[in-house]
Write a protein of this length. Structure first.
Length: 190
């Protein structure tokens, strides 16, 4: 079974919306506007590209990333790996042609089936709504969180407000950096 890893830039109050400057959010670009950039605090992002064997995202994140990431040197490893987009509305004609193999999945059942295939870890970038659905369905195995020392108030959250049983996490890696960022890596306890 493949490991499904959710990776996120997250504010202390749980917001994950528009960290890189995506339009339409009041605090868009919060990751680099308000926190000193220290390369060592982002080491996990490079490691994720080396360790992942596929990328999973929702439609909104795909539409934000696909016009930009294929041409960015810092995301070169993602260009060649298989990508999966969970969407009920995207068609094959909506997919970009310069970002490698991309498959549209129509349901969480198809994500569960993907996890049952052979291969290495699958990394989930962005995709707040998808992350909530995956978490609620018990499909996420690990969280890679870079927690920013910011309170953003309103905004899309990584976790849903669904009333559900406790889900225990085990902290397997952590580090605090001089700029206030915290790396927190949690495995989901089954």
């Amino acid at each position: 079974m493949r490991t499904l890893i959710s990776t996120a830039f997250i504010s202390l109050d749980g917001v994950v919306e528009a960290p890189g400057g995506e339009p339409g959010y009041r605090n868009s670009g919060w990751t680099f506007k308000h926190t000193e950039f220290l390369p060592e605090s982002f080491e996990i992002k490079g490691r994720e590209q080396k360790e992942a064997s596929a990328m999973l995202m929702g439609r909104v994140s795909y539409e934000a990333f696909s016009p930009v990431w294929p041409g960015m040197a810092e995301f070169a490893d993602y260009k060649v790996m298989p990508k999966y987009v969970v969407s009920t509305t995207l068609t094959e004609d909506d997919l970009v042609t310069d970002w490698g193999d991309t498959t549209i999945l129509r349901s969480l059942d198809e994500v569960a089936a993907l996890k049952e295939t052979e291969g290495g870890p699958i990394i989930v970038h962005g995709s707040a709504s998808l992350n909530q659905a995956l978490s609620d369905a018990g499909l996420i195995d690990r969280y890679h969180l870079l927690v920013f020392p910011l309170l953003l108030g309103a905004g899309k959250r990584l976790f849903s407000t669904t009333d559900k049983d406790v889900q225990k996490l085990e902290l397997v890696e952590h580090e605090a950096y001089p700029n206030g960022l915290q790396k927190q890596v949690f495995d989901v306890v089954r």
